[in-house]
Design a protein around this ligand. Structure first.
Ligand code: NDP
Length: 277
């Protein structure tokens, strides 16, 4: 498994699994759990969830999927911005731990920027870390200016990652955020790496993928995974989808294919506001 090294020196899988909308429909639960467990078996050991997803339903589902094998996975969860205060974050983290059925979250992210000052959130994350409730903390949906503000607060430089929207059709961060984070040694986590399956509608991409002996989703993931310092977290709710996505790790994109992708999905030529879903 390709890995990405966090600023702490810990290596995590470059390909993980997302869980947004999972755990919300009883009739899909069995398949979703089987998909997550199969993914862990294949080495997709990083699981991304959030207190927001199904208002805790996704965390509960993850808890069920990892029961008895907690040590095999690297768990990422997120706190709502309005819960990222001195007291509220401690309580939110405790609820997440209970739903996940674990003693410690590996990486705890601020889901997006809210009204609570970074200094207060970071101080609280550092306390949670000292208490052993979380091992690392990070952020999500922060643009370059937000990141600079974050790094200016005490302990702000301890940030382990910024999770942002990034896929073939959303390349805005290549202009500024991506190079800046790379320079600072902060890995990025690409969310919605399949553009929530909408990439499938792109006929020229389908043809290019087929010509290269891969599916659209494998091509989209291989395109992300060729970059160092980048973690991709596609969500898949069936064993078949998990297997297909896992196989992207073995797909290579040659220079000609990368150039064709650049023509279909041009890189940014100026700064754009950070996109989010
Ligand atoms: P993705 O880009 O991962 O796409 C998910 C969709 O693609 C689902 O409909 C899924 O279907 C489908 N899919 C996945 N693999 C395959 C396959 N091999 N063949 C066919 N269809 C496939 O979208 P998400 O928005 O879910 O993003 C991934 C994760 O990123 C989220 O689940 C969440 O954990 C995180 N995220 C974080 C955000 C943030 O603000 N920090 C915002 C958005 C997402 P099916 O489920 O049926 O397999």
């Amino acid at each position: 498994m390709k890995t990405v090294t966090l600023p702490s020196g810990e290596a995590v899988p470059a390909l993980g699994m997302g869980t947004w909308t999972q755990g919300e429909q009883a009739e899909r639960r069995k398949d979703e759990i089987a998909a997550l467990q199969h993914g862990i078996d294949l080495g997709l050991r990083l699981i991304d969830t959030a207190e927001m997803y199904g208002e805790g339903a996704a965390e509960e589902l993850v808890g069920e999927a990892i029961r008895g094998r907690r040590d095999e996975v690297f768990l990422v969860s997120k706190v709502y911005p309005f819960n990222a205060g001195r007291r509220s974050a401690v309580a939110a983290c405790e609820r997440s731990l209970q739903r996940l059925g674990v003693d410690c979250i590996d990486l705890y992210l601020l889901h997006w920027r809210g009204d609570i000052p970074f200094a207060e959130t970071v101080e609280t994350f550092e306390c949670l870390r000292q208490q052993g409730k979380i091992r690392h903390w990070g952020v999500s949906n922060l643009d370059p200016q937000d990141m600079q503000e974050l790094l200016a607060v005490e302990h702000g430089a301890q940030v382990a990652t910024n999770q942002v929207l990034y896929n073939l059709s959303r390349r805005g961060i290549e202009w500024d955020l991506l190079p800046w984070c790379r320079q600072q040694g902060i890995p990025l986590m690409a969310y919605s790496p399949l553009e929530q399956a909408r990439l499938l509608r792109h006929q020229p991409l389908r043809e290019l993928a087929a010509a290269n002996g891969m599916t659209v989703f494998q091509m989209a993931l291989a395109w992300l995974l060729r970059q160092d310092g980048l973690i991709a977290i596609p969500k898949a709710s069936s064993r078949r989808h998990v297997e297909e996505n896992h196989a992207a790790l073995d797909k290579h994109l040659d220079a000609e294919t990368l150039a064709a992708l650049d023509r279909m999905f041009p890189p940014p030529t100026r700064a754009k506001p950070l996109e989010m879903l």
